[in-house]
Write a protein that binds this ligand. Structure first.
Ligand SMILES: *Cc1c(COP(=O)(O)O)cnc(C)c1O
Length: 433
């Protein structure tokens, strides 16, 4: 057994001062049992806990660490920026540089506004969509997580799902009255909703590849259908690319699937590990934002020079290293290895993957929406999680989270992961026999 004595002591201390001992719920390990470990150092594909244990990390700080932890280019850029001042609240040149990079990588984005988290990005994009269309209603999908703002916290994935309360307490029903929640990958449901709410829907917000209830992919033609039906109804299509943006391709999921949304939301990767969000889209829509238009949105630390420097360095590094081809290859070899391991152990498993994002569900049925995901065997997942952790491999402590590869993962890391998974899965068969 690995000792986590110092982590355990810190956690009891944390429980005294921090609700649940954590600053974001899924970190608490409640879905898998046990206690979280505390980390004080991370580098490349590895993190080290306060007891000195090393873990191969597939969480990657929940998505941002696409270059691995503490890439020297990003750390250097942050150090250099910090020496010149950590915040100005006055326009700085780095904001212009990152905005122009985002617009050139993501052609549907003509103008972009920086904020401080993915939650702020989606909340503001929604307000903007409502301001632009003069309509109140918005369509979202079950299992899609768009941050924790009130009107979007309905049937959200991730932590909300992990803890079995998809609808948070403290959100007045009136705040979600305009949120229409539909199953993902079901065009008929969307058609029916537009028919029943004719002329009232401001837009659809969607994770183009939903990664907050595990991970599942849009069916062929589904995103194109969402594009067409929003256009036909003069509603906006909002892609929440907080997770997929700059991860699935330079231009995100929208590049990969060839769809141009009206508005896009970003976060995670564009912050290079610092707290950042952004939303952007067609100029005629974005120009409705204050100060050029009537839709209010603001932020004391928005466009923060450290965050901008980190984001610029991360994007430059992704570009210069041809990262997306390498990530695709790593993803494919992890997929092949884990599928083979499950097959040879006789364990029913669905391995969903898109580029460097993946999820293994212990289920005999394909997973293409939240209802499918909920049928997977979560007891098995718990055992899988702890088995991998004992082998020094850290995957997200919930079935309803995606895994992430980084350019710092190596072939040897993948092999080690597949071997460990193979041992864990075979143990079950022996236990069952
Ligand atoms: C993480 C995430 C968010 C929320 O971003 P925060 O920075 O945690 O507020 C929103 N949408 C999606 C798709 C996400 O994955």
């Amino acid at each position: 057994m690995i000792s986590r004595a110092k982590s355990d002591q810190l956690f009891s201390e944390a429980l005294k001062f921090i609700p649940g001992g954590v600053n974001s719920p899924v970190r608490a390990f409640r879905a898998v049992g046990g206690q979280p470990f505390f980390v004080n150092r991370a580098s490349g594909a590895r993190v080290w806990d306060v007891d000195g244990n090393e873990y191969l990390d597939y969480v990657g700080t929940w998505g941002p660490a696409i270059l691995g932890h503490a890439p020297k280019e990003v750390v250097g850029a942050v150090q250099a920026a910090a020496a010149d001042g950590t915040s100005f609240g006055i326009p700085n040149p780095l904001e212009v540089r990152l905005a122009s990079m985002i617009c050139s990588w993501v052609p549907s984005v003509q103008k972009v506004r920086m904020c401080n988290s993915g939650t702020e990005a989606t909340m503001s994009a929604l307000r903007l969509a409502r301001g632009f269309t003069g309509r109140d209603k918005v369509i979202k999908f079950e299992g899609c997580y768009h941050g924790h703002s009130d009107s979007l916290l309905v049937k959200a994935g991730s932590g909300a799902l992990t803890f079995g309360n998809p609808d948070s307490a403290g959100v007045p029903a009136a705040f979600t009255r305009h949120t229409i929640v539909l199953p993902f990958n079901d065009p008929d449901a969307v058609e029916a909703a537009f028919a029943a709410n004719h002329g009232q829907v401001a837009g659809i917000i969607v994770e183009p590849v939903p990664g907050n209830a595990g991970l599942y992919l849009p069916k062929l033609g589904y995103l194109a259908f969402l594009r067409e039906i929003t256009k036909a109804n003069a509603a906006l299509l909002i892609f929440d690319e907080v997770m997929t943006g700059f991860r699935l391709a330079k231009g995100g999921a929208q590049e990969r699937f060839g769809i141009a949304p009206d508005l896009s939301c970003f976060g995670k990767v564009i912050g290079g590990g610092l707290p950042v969000g952004a939303f952007g889209g067609r100029a005629e829509i974005m120009d409705l934002l204050a100060p050029s238009g009537p839709v209010y949105q603001a932020g004391t630390l928005s466009g923060n020079p450290l965050a901008m420097a980190a984001g610029i360095a991360a994007l430059e590094q992704l570009h210069q290293t041809n990262a997306y081809d390498a990530l695709e290859e790593l993803g494919a070899s992890l997929e092949a290895g884990l599928r083979a391991a499950a097959a040879s152990a006789g364990v029913p498993m669905q391995f969903n993957r898109c580029g460097s994002m993946f999820c293994a569900y212990f289920s005999a049925e394909p997973v293409a929406n939240l209802a499918n995901a909920l049928k997977s065997d979560r007891e098995r997942f718990k055992e899988y999680f702890h088995g991998m952790l004992e082998a020094g491999i850290y995957i997200a402590p919930s079935q309803f989270e995606a895994g992430f590869l980084s350019t710092a993962h190596t072939r040897a890391d993948i092999e080690r992961t597949v071997e460990a998974a193979s041992r864990v899965l075979k143990r079950w068969r022996r236990a069952a026999a």
